[in-house]
Design a protein around this ligand. Structure first.
Ligand code: PLP
Length: 472
């Protein structure tokens, strides 16, 4: 049996990580690799005999980094950022040492109790009342699945898990047409079916909010047709252009109709640590369930999704394999977080949040988010001032979309797709395109943890120079 020099190689990995982060801004954000190029360098099967770590580490260095997209690059302006603040990375390394399995209180007491505290610290940090309890799910997709399952079980008097859905009236769930695909997927997995996700039309920008009158009539029509409304998914800071529903108005409807609400603020939720941004989700304290991803904007490494619920009992009655009402609870405040989630085995996620919040402090984290918002909005103004560009959707926090509209380009959609590719091939910045109401727009979102104001100037230059290079 081989021995491993854990100490020496961990030191080497730490040095490698520090060097990587120090030099990251000199790399192209997106790698210049062709599909299959990495696989071609990896053997066809596992070796029978162990290999020297030197060889493995050399291969790591020569094969992997240049074929990665650098999410910690300060000029990553694509998708939504997936940040890993350096001080929180440290906690991930430590958590790995325990190889902790955090399914029950007794399988990792410190992890469970820290998770209770950290979900509560975050709840307070985003200004929500103490009526909410939290759990760290792996991703927003999982939190939303749990919420949709909860809607289903609540509507069925908690009979669905046992009996299945056969022969029951279809359950209906409502969301705006601009919500994330994770909601569609949750309905698939929950057995409710895509056709029972009722997509309500949205109003005009900048918020593209769900039309609440249309929501009311959809619910009334469904009831009249013998279908059973079960819940509403509310969107704050949607992925494409930041679509944001009127949370309070939707909660009015949900309360009148007896429907469960789940608020998806996977990206925008982190910004709620800044009081001035909270009007965006005004009414959030009335939602039954809320998800926001500290692994996006706040700086906790993947995976870390905060799922807050006002009534944990409804969630655990849905998710605990042994229903919580059959358990002796409350005696010693024991929480078994596997009863709050799809996963049984769970990682120690709270440690990175503890390190993150303690090392940086909320003031520092707020400053970063405020800078991202201000710098992104300043870039939108610079592009607006250039007659060659159009702002397609106005900034929602640090997200806006634009397009290049030179007179010489015939097909503007094709031109903006080509421009996005050309900007990304240039390597200085990384952006993604979106299809906004049938036209191609280029999304810009600022939010990398260590980005600086100069990175916005570099972005402006990369956009302008590439666009002019294509159409003087
Ligand atoms: C990113 C995102 C999701 C999905 O998040 P995961 O954690 O990757 O599952 C869902 N909804 C919105 C609005 C998002 O921005």
């Amino acid at each position: 049996m081989r021995d491993f020099d854990y100490r020496a190689w961990s030191h080497k990995a730490a040095d490698w990580g520090a060097d990587y982060l120090e030099g990251i801004a000199d790399r192209p954000v997106r790698p210049m690799v062709k599909p299959g190029a990495v696989a071609a360098q990896i053997g066809a099967h596992a070796p029978e005999q162990g290999e020297p770590m030197e060889a493995i580490f050399d291969d790591f260095e020569s094969v992997i980094p240049d074929a990665m997209t650098h999410w910690q690059h300060p000029r990553f302006f694509a998708y939504f950022q997936s940040n890993a603040a350096p001080a929180a990375q440290l906690a991930e390394q430590l958590a790995t040492s325990f190889a902790a399995q955090c399914m029950l209180w007794q399988t990792s007491p410190a992890a469970t109790e820290l998770e209770m505290k950290m979900t509560d610290w975050l709840r307070q940090a985003v200004g929500l009342p103490d009526a909410f309890s939290g759990v760290f799910q792996d991703t927003a997709s999982s939190a939303t699945l749990c919420a949709v399952l909860t809607m289903r079980e609540r509507a069925l008097g908690f009979s669905g898990n046992k009996e299945g859905l056969f022969g029951k009236a279809p359950l209906r769930i409502y969301a705006s047409g601009r919500t994330h695909t994770s909601i569609d997927k949750a309905l698939w997995i929950a057995g409710l079916g895509q056709d029972n996700l009722v997509k309500i039309p949205t109003g005009p920008g900048p918020h593209f909010a769900m039309d609440v009158d249309a929501l009311k009539s959809a619910i009334a029509n469904d009831r009249a047709a013998g279908l059973q409304p079960a819940g509403i998914v509310i969107c704050v800071g949607g992925t494409s252009v930041g679509a944001t529903d009127d949370v309070a108005a939707i909660c009015d409807v949900a309360e009148a109709e007896g429907l469960y609400t789940h608020l998806d603020a996977a990206w925008a939720g982190s910004a709620m640590i800044c009081e001035e941004f909270r009007p965006l989700w005004s009414g959030a304290e009335r939602a039954d369930s809320i998800v926001l991803n500290p692994h996006k904007w706040l700086g906790a490494p993947m995976e870390c999704s905060l799922h807050l619920v006002r009534d944990p009992e409804t969630l655990t009655r849905t998710m605990a394999i042994k229903p919580s009402y059959l358990k002796t609870r409350g005696k010693d405040d024991i929480v078994n977080f596997s009863e709050w989630s799809v996963q049984l085995g769970r990682r120690f996620r709270a440690l990175k949040v503890w390190f993150l919040l303690r090392f940086y402090g909320l003031e520092d984290l707020r400053d970063r988010i405020r800078n991202h918002v201000a710098w992104s909005q300043a870039l939108a103004e610079r592009l607006r001032a250039d007659p060659g560009f159009q702002i397609v959707t106005e900034p929602v926090l640090s997200l806006f979309s634009f397009r290049h509209v030179p007179e010489s380009a015939g097909d503007l959609d094709a031109h903006n797709l080509a421009l996005t590719d050309a900007i990304n091939d240039d390597g200085r910045i990384y952006l993604t395109q979106t299809d906004h109401d049938g036209q191609v727009a280029i999304r810009f979102v600022a939010g990398q943890f260590d980005m600086r104001e100069e990175d916005i100037d570099i972005a402006f230059n990369a956009i302008i120079e590439t666009a002019r290079g294509m159409h003087g």
